[in-house]
Design a protein. Structure first.
Length: 73
């Protein structure tokens, strides 16, 4: 693919995603009684990903600490 085409397509998709998420939170989008607030869903997903990332970092640090204690003794 052409590098300029890839850049333009990526920017269009990025702007469209931001616009859709903002519009879905600013206006009441419902489908079959369910709220389609994509910005809220993205925020919840981000918080969950941050939580699991911190859990895995803590586990890795604990494992590294145990390994260093074993090697030091």
């Amino acid at each position: 693919m052409n590098k300029w085409f890839e850049l333009i397509l990526g920017l269009i998709i990025l702007v469209a995603t931001i616009l859709i998420s903002w519009l879905s939170s600013a206006y009441s989008w419902t489908l079959f009684g369910k709220d389609l607030n994509f910005l809220h869903a993205a925020w919840v997903f981000f918080k969950g990903a941050l939580f699991w990332f911190l859990i895995f970092v803590a586990l890795i640090l604990i494992i590294l600490g145990i390994t260093e204690i074993k090697e030091g003794s």
